[in-house]
Design a protein around this ligand. Sequence first.
Ligand SMILES: [Zn+2]
Length: 318
Amino acid sequence: MNNKKCLKAQILSALLLTLALLITACGGKKPAENETLPPAESSTASVTAAPETTPAESTPAPVRLSFSEKDIHTGDLILVNSSYPFDFEANEATLDIKNIRENQSFYYQVDKLEFSVAGRILPHLDAMIAACDEAIGTKETGITSAYRTKEYQQGVMEEITAAYGEDYAKKYVAAPGYSEHHTGLAVDVGIFYPDGSQGSFSESQNAVWMRNNCQHFGFVRRYAEDKTAITGISNEAWHFRYVGMPHAFYMTAHNLCLEEYIDFLRAGTSEDEPLTVTCDDGTYDIFFTAEMEIEEPEGMYTVSGNNVDGLIVTVKRK
Ligand SMILES: [Zn+2]
């Protein structure tokens, strides 16, 4: 009897010890807030395996980013031309138009006091104009056109048609709704003399400097002579468009207009095989996706629509 009692006591104490171990294993480490508790069976299993290194605890679920149709039509890389109009409704909330004269970081001339651009490009525009003036040794670089509403573009079209005729207007002026100036990301640059008169930007040294250096500030010369068949707009030495630095670098280095660059990204890049671009402020991985849900990239990233059929993701390497 005594032996049997002793055996029972031993079994009981072994059971109690197992139970104590189980309680310690499950309660010793509190799960993180976003972590779900494993089911009861795997808790038992974690008694033998070290609970701290179970896969469920070391690999947090990746964050998914969701986009909508509206996102295809907003962002720094939207293509706006005679085939792809600017989506005023989609951009209403994010346009963030700022008056140049009231917000410029130093004084340079604007043709009209109401001229504005998207607020996020203003520091880049300021820096480009300052660097151009410094390189040329004058203070003559200014702005002859900037953000335009649909009504304003209609007025420009009528004005140019009346002055130069319909054929000329069609070559240089986009139809209302189809102008890059609606985006707030485009400016026309001019020469302003101290007496208030204006010179020809196309024939100035400033035009040469800006064509060769705009990419360092995230801008591209949008309408080049050799791209008129693609852009549908005649050679414009004065029109610059903000797209962001890595994109401006690649487009300039490979002589691609925005139409070509958008096509190139769609055909030649994916999340697994991005385009890698090194520019002044670092190295970026860039890819196109038609998916409206993507895994959140690690580190700093931006997502822009292309205004055609998908999104362009730009990730800065650490
Ligand atoms: Zn323009």
